[in-house]
Design a protein around this ligand. Sequence first.
Ligand SMILES: Nc1ncnc2c1ncn2[C@@H]1O[C@H](COP(=O)(O)OP(=O)(O)O)[C@@H](O)[C@H]1O
Ligand SMILES: [Mg+2]
Length: 255
Amino acid sequence: MLKVDKVTKQFGGVIAIKDVSFEVKPLEIFALVGPNGAGKTTLFNIITGVLKPTSGHIYFKEEEITGLSPVKIVQKGIARTFQNIRLFKSMTVLENVLIGFENHYEYNFFEAVFRFPRFFKEEKIYKEKAMEILEFLKIDKFANYEATSLSYGNQRKVEIARALATEPDLLLLDEPAAGMNPKETDELADTVFKLRSEKEKTILFIEHDMKFVQKIADRVMVLDYGKTIFEGKPADMMKDETVIKAYLGDIDVEG
Ligand SMILES: Nc1ncnc2c1ncn2[C@@H]1O[C@H](COP(=O)(O)OP(=O)(O)O)[C@@H](O)[C@H]1O
Ligand SMILES: [Mg+2]
């Protein structure tokens, strides 16, 4: 599904990612972990076209997508959520999700501005689709609430809803459990499993909560100073001496 091939990213003198390669298979739940500053978000930014790699290649469904614009990459079928929640203030939950459909709207700018009949027709379809997504994530009762008035856990769900609105095959989640309480984290784990089993999504996620990683990830890659220091099963990662030294020794592995 996704192939990252020998990717390096340099910011001035800082090498944020160094020669990183990995593959995510269809319907896999793949975790990306490592200390702060390891390069995880940078890798997400490269995959989603926000940053261009200094060298290396990204392939999605066998097609090279290196250097394509973020909009093109969304259209190819990759969507993401952000480490720092990015919901539009003074917009409702439903409106925030509708923004996700932007790239799928068939009307052009002028039709939208002058609200031609076609716009209304399509808007209704998209509203229904957005409500279906909100129901799937069990936040439909908040559809008309201001998005930023929701609890932290529910705001994260709105971000996931907006990403789902672009109808991606691959969903990238940047620290989805950050700031969640244990109950919300358990619900998130169920949601991720349902995204795979019911919506056929492939998931690549960044997370520090090792309990969560062990519960949901099929495979995990550990980055440290931009380099891969482990790739394999979560249970094996927990026992890996190099990973314990570089990362696990410093965090609460109970999550
Ligand atoms: N846009 C940028 N410009 C300069 N340096 C950056 C930029 N983005 C990230 N970095 C640097 O790259 C390294 C990796 O950062 P990041 O990918 O955010 O790590 P992580 O998500 O694993 O915590 C850090 O040293 C960070 O300061
Ligand atoms: Mg990060």
